[in-house]
Design a protein around this ligand. Structure first.
Ligand code: GLN
Length: 258
Protein backbone atom coordinates (compact mmCIF):
# COMPACT_ATOMS: atom_id res chain seq x y z
CA UNK A 1 0.00 0.00 0.00
CA UNK A 2 1.22 3.48 -0.79
CA UNK A 3 1.06 6.03 1.99
CA UNK A 4 -0.16 8.93 -0.18
CA UNK A 5 -2.59 9.09 -3.05
CA UNK A 6 -1.99 12.63 -4.31
CA UNK A 7 1.14 14.08 -5.89
CA UNK A 8 2.31 17.30 -7.50
CA UNK A 9 5.10 17.04 -10.06
CA UNK A 10 6.76 20.23 -11.31
CA UNK A 11 8.87 20.58 -14.44
CA UNK A 12 11.17 23.47 -13.60
CA UNK A 13 11.68 26.23 -16.21
CA UNK A 14 11.17 24.30 -19.48
CA UNK A 15 11.69 27.66 -21.25
CA UNK A 16 15.28 27.81 -19.92
CA UNK A 17 16.14 24.14 -19.53
CA UNK A 18 14.17 22.48 -22.32
CA UNK A 19 16.84 21.96 -24.97
CA UNK A 20 17.12 18.19 -24.64
CA UNK A 21 13.51 17.11 -24.20
CA UNK A 22 13.92 16.51 -20.44
CA UNK A 23 10.43 17.93 -20.00
CA UNK A 24 9.37 14.36 -20.76
CA UNK A 25 10.53 13.34 -17.27
CA UNK A 26 7.61 15.12 -15.61
CA UNK A 27 5.24 13.54 -18.13
CA UNK A 28 6.56 10.05 -17.37
CA UNK A 29 6.20 10.58 -13.61
CA UNK A 30 2.65 11.90 -14.00
CA UNK A 31 1.63 9.04 -16.30
CA UNK A 32 3.12 6.31 -14.13
CA UNK A 33 1.46 7.81 -11.06
CA UNK A 34 -1.92 8.08 -12.81
CA UNK A 35 -1.72 4.46 -14.03
CA UNK A 36 -1.54 3.49 -10.35
CA UNK A 37 -4.64 5.45 -9.44
CA UNK A 38 -2.76 8.35 -7.86
CA UNK A 39 -4.32 11.77 -8.23
CA UNK A 40 -1.40 13.60 -9.82
CA UNK A 41 -1.01 17.14 -11.02
CA UNK A 42 1.80 18.02 -13.44
CA UNK A 43 2.83 21.68 -13.58
CA UNK A 44 5.25 22.99 -16.19
CA UNK A 45 6.50 26.16 -14.50
CA UNK A 46 8.21 28.58 -16.89
CA UNK A 47 10.76 30.95 -15.43
CA UNK A 48 8.34 33.88 -15.22
CA UNK A 49 5.82 31.80 -13.19
CA UNK A 50 5.84 31.31 -9.45
CA UNK A 51 7.27 27.89 -8.74
CA UNK A 52 4.60 25.88 -6.91
CA UNK A 53 5.27 23.64 -3.92
CA UNK A 54 5.70 20.09 -5.18
CA UNK A 55 6.46 16.52 -4.19
CA UNK A 56 8.85 16.04 -7.13
CA UNK A 57 10.80 18.67 -9.09
CA UNK A 58 12.36 17.84 -12.46
CA UNK A 59 15.12 20.11 -13.75
CA UNK A 60 16.42 19.51 -17.26
CA UNK A 61 19.47 20.30 -19.36
CA UNK A 62 20.21 23.41 -21.40
CA UNK A 63 22.82 25.89 -22.55
CA UNK A 64 25.30 27.58 -20.23
CA UNK A 65 23.56 31.01 -20.07
CA UNK A 66 20.05 29.75 -19.22
CA UNK A 67 21.64 27.34 -16.72
CA UNK A 68 23.12 30.31 -14.80
CA UNK A 69 19.75 32.11 -14.88
CA UNK A 70 17.92 29.00 -13.64
CA UNK A 71 20.38 28.63 -10.76
CA UNK A 72 19.85 32.28 -9.75
CA UNK A 73 16.06 31.94 -9.84
CA UNK A 74 15.98 28.64 -7.95
CA UNK A 75 18.54 29.87 -5.40
CA UNK A 76 16.22 32.76 -4.48
CA UNK A 77 13.02 30.73 -4.43
CA UNK A 78 11.67 30.15 -0.91
CA UNK A 79 8.91 27.79 -2.07
CA UNK A 80 11.42 25.49 -3.71
CA UNK A 81 13.79 25.64 -0.72
CA UNK A 82 10.92 24.93 1.69
CA UNK A 83 9.58 22.00 -0.32
CA UNK A 84 13.06 20.44 -0.50
CA UNK A 85 13.51 20.92 3.26
CA UNK A 86 10.25 19.07 3.76
CA UNK A 87 11.46 16.15 1.67
CA UNK A 88 10.46 16.88 -1.91
CA UNK A 89 12.34 14.69 -4.39
CA UNK A 90 14.49 16.44 -7.00
CA UNK A 91 15.75 15.09 -10.32
CA UNK A 92 18.39 17.18 -12.10
CA UNK A 93 19.62 16.29 -15.58
CA UNK A 94 22.89 17.62 -16.98
CA UNK A 95 22.66 21.44 -16.54
CA UNK A 96 19.98 20.67 -13.94
CA UNK A 97 22.33 18.20 -12.23
CA UNK A 98 25.27 20.61 -12.27
CA UNK A 99 23.28 23.48 -10.75
CA UNK A 100 22.17 21.27 -7.85
CA UNK A 101 25.83 21.01 -6.85
CA UNK A 102 28.15 23.45 -5.07
CA UNK A 103 29.44 25.11 -8.25
CA UNK A 104 29.44 24.81 -12.03
CA UNK A 105 31.12 26.78 -14.84
CA UNK A 106 29.51 29.56 -16.88
CA UNK A 107 30.11 29.81 -20.65
CA UNK A 108 33.58 31.26 -20.04
CA UNK A 109 34.51 28.63 -17.45
CA UNK A 110 34.16 30.90 -14.39
CA UNK A 111 32.64 29.13 -11.35
CA UNK A 112 29.01 29.93 -10.56
CA UNK A 113 27.55 29.10 -7.17
CA UNK A 114 25.08 26.20 -7.31
CA UNK A 115 22.25 25.33 -4.94
CA UNK A 116 24.39 23.04 -2.77
CA UNK A 117 21.76 20.28 -2.65
CA UNK A 118 24.34 17.78 -3.89
CA UNK A 119 27.94 17.66 -2.71
CA UNK A 120 29.37 17.85 -6.24
CA UNK A 121 31.41 20.40 -8.14
CA UNK A 122 31.54 20.76 -11.93
CA UNK A 123 34.34 22.28 -14.00
CA UNK A 124 34.82 22.62 -17.76
CA UNK A 125 36.28 19.34 -19.03
CA UNK A 126 39.71 19.47 -20.66
CA UNK A 127 38.96 17.37 -23.75
CA UNK A 128 36.17 17.25 -26.29
CA UNK A 129 32.51 17.57 -25.38
CA UNK A 130 30.91 14.27 -24.28
CA UNK A 131 28.28 13.49 -26.91
CA UNK A 132 26.63 10.12 -27.53
CA UNK A 133 24.99 7.14 -25.93
CA UNK A 134 25.74 6.59 -22.25
CA UNK A 135 25.34 3.21 -20.57
CA UNK A 136 25.91 2.78 -16.85
CA UNK A 137 25.20 0.12 -14.26
CA UNK A 138 23.91 0.98 -10.83
CA UNK A 139 26.81 1.31 -8.43
CA UNK A 140 26.72 -0.51 -5.05
CA UNK A 141 25.99 2.89 -3.51
CA UNK A 142 22.94 3.51 -5.72
CA UNK A 143 19.58 3.99 -4.01
CA UNK A 144 17.42 0.88 -3.79
CA UNK A 145 14.00 0.72 -5.41
CA UNK A 146 10.94 0.31 -3.16
CA UNK A 147 10.98 -3.30 -1.95
CA UNK A 148 14.81 -3.33 -1.79
CA UNK A 149 15.28 -4.05 -5.50
CA UNK A 150 18.50 -2.96 -7.24
CA UNK A 151 18.26 -0.42 -10.08
CA UNK A 152 18.78 -2.10 -13.45
CA UNK A 153 21.30 -0.62 -15.97
CA UNK A 154 20.72 2.99 -16.96
CA UNK A 155 20.77 4.16 -20.57
CA UNK A 156 20.37 7.49 -22.31
CA UNK A 157 22.43 10.00 -24.23
CA UNK A 158 24.83 12.60 -22.94
CA UNK A 159 25.79 15.99 -24.36
CA UNK A 160 27.93 18.10 -22.07
CA UNK A 161 31.26 19.81 -21.57
CA UNK A 162 31.33 19.65 -17.78
CA UNK A 163 33.28 17.21 -15.60
CA UNK A 164 31.69 16.60 -12.22
CA UNK A 165 33.58 15.64 -9.06
CA UNK A 166 31.78 14.12 -6.09
CA UNK A 167 32.47 15.11 -2.49
CA UNK A 168 31.98 12.83 0.50
CA UNK A 169 28.38 13.91 0.94
CA UNK A 170 27.22 12.51 -2.42
CA UNK A 171 27.28 8.93 -3.67
CA UNK A 172 27.61 7.93 -7.33
CA UNK A 173 24.40 6.81 -8.95
CA UNK A 174 26.09 4.45 -11.39
CA UNK A 175 29.32 3.23 -12.96
CA UNK A 176 29.94 4.06 -16.62
CA UNK A 177 30.08 1.11 -19.02
CA UNK A 178 30.06 3.20 -22.26
CA UNK A 179 30.33 6.95 -22.54
CA UNK A 180 31.72 9.53 -20.12
CA UNK A 181 29.22 10.36 -17.35
CA UNK A 182 30.79 12.47 -14.62
CA UNK A 183 34.21 12.23 -16.33
CA UNK A 184 37.46 11.88 -14.44
CA UNK A 185 39.13 8.77 -13.10
CA UNK A 186 36.37 6.99 -11.20
CA UNK A 187 34.12 6.31 -14.23
CA UNK A 188 31.11 7.26 -12.16
CA UNK A 189 27.81 8.58 -13.49
CA UNK A 190 25.49 10.91 -11.66
CA UNK A 191 25.14 11.42 -7.92
CA UNK A 192 22.52 11.31 -5.24
CA UNK A 193 21.93 12.05 -1.59
CA UNK A 194 18.72 12.05 0.41
CA UNK A 195 15.98 12.47 -2.17
CA UNK A 196 18.06 14.44 -4.67
CA UNK A 197 19.34 12.71 -7.81
CA UNK A 198 21.53 14.13 -10.57
CA UNK A 199 22.47 12.45 -13.83
CA UNK A 200 23.95 13.22 -17.24
CA UNK A 201 21.39 10.94 -18.91
CA UNK A 202 18.97 12.53 -21.35
CA UNK A 203 16.43 10.43 -23.19
CA UNK A 204 14.33 11.60 -21.35
CA UNK A 205 16.03 9.54 -18.66
CA UNK A 206 12.76 8.48 -17.00
CA UNK A 207 11.28 7.34 -20.33
CA UNK A 208 14.31 5.15 -20.98
CA UNK A 209 14.67 4.07 -17.33
CA UNK A 210 11.20 3.75 -15.82
CA UNK A 211 12.66 2.17 -12.67
CA UNK A 212 14.26 5.51 -11.87
CA UNK A 213 10.84 7.13 -12.23
CA UNK A 214 9.45 4.58 -9.77
CA UNK A 215 12.29 5.32 -7.36
CA UNK A 216 11.26 8.99 -7.30
CA UNK A 217 7.58 8.09 -7.03
CA UNK A 218 8.35 5.70 -4.17
CA UNK A 219 10.18 8.47 -2.30
CA UNK A 220 7.39 10.97 -2.90
CA UNK A 221 4.71 8.49 -1.86
CA UNK A 222 6.65 7.38 1.20
CA UNK A 223 6.35 3.81 0.00
CA UNK A 224 8.78 1.11 1.08
CA UNK A 225 6.79 -1.57 -0.73
CA UNK A 226 7.17 -2.16 -4.49
CA UNK A 227 4.78 0.05 -6.47
CA UNK A 228 1.98 -1.65 -8.39
CA UNK A 229 3.26 -3.13 -11.66
CA UNK A 230 2.44 -1.29 -14.87
CA UNK A 231 2.68 -2.47 -18.48
CA UNK A 232 6.30 -1.85 -19.48
CA UNK A 233 6.44 -4.30 -22.39
CA UNK A 234 7.13 -1.63 -25.02
CA UNK A 235 9.64 0.29 -22.95
CA UNK A 236 11.46 -2.93 -22.05
CA UNK A 237 11.76 -3.79 -25.77
CA UNK A 238 13.17 -0.32 -26.42
CA UNK A 239 15.55 -0.68 -23.47
CA UNK A 240 16.80 -4.01 -24.79
CA UNK A 241 17.50 -2.41 -28.19
CA UNK A 242 19.32 0.58 -26.63
CA UNK A 243 21.30 -1.59 -24.18
CA UNK A 244 22.43 -3.83 -27.04
CA UNK A 245 23.32 -0.81 -29.20
CA UNK A 246 25.41 0.76 -26.43
CA UNK A 247 27.09 -2.51 -25.55
CA UNK A 248 28.07 -3.18 -29.16
CA UNK A 249 29.45 0.38 -29.50
CA UNK A 250 27.20 1.13 -32.45
CA UNK A 251 27.12 4.90 -32.91
CA UNK A 252 24.16 6.67 -31.34
CA UNK A 253 20.90 6.17 -33.22
CA UNK A 254 22.57 4.12 -35.98
CA UNK A 255 19.61 1.76 -36.00
CA UNK A 256 17.25 4.66 -36.72
CA UNK A 257 19.30 6.63 -39.27
CA UNK A 258 20.06 4.82 -42.51
N1 GLN B 1 26.05 23.51 -20.21
C1 GLN B 1 26.37 22.28 -19.53
C2 GLN B 1 27.56 21.53 -20.13
O1 GLN B 1 27.82 21.62 -21.30
C3 GLN B 1 25.12 21.42 -19.53
C4 GLN B 1 24.76 20.82 -20.87
C5 GLN B 1 23.44 20.10 -20.85
O2 GLN B 1 22.58 20.38 -20.06
N2 GLN B 1 23.27 19.16 -21.75
O3 GLN B 1 28.25 20.82 -19.39
Amino acid sequence: MTARLRLTVVTVFPDLLGTYGDRGNGMVLARRAAWRGIDVSLVEAVSTDRLPAADIYCIGGGEDGPQVRAAELLGGDDTFAGAVRQGAAVLGVCAGYQLLGRSFPDAGGAPIRGLGLLDVETVKGAGSRAVGELLAEASPTAPMLPGGVRLPPLTGFENHAGTTMLGRGAAPLARVVRGRGNGGAGRSEGAWSGRVVGTYLHGPVLARNPHLADLLLGWALGSEEPLATVDDVEVEAWRAERLAASASRRPAWSSLVR
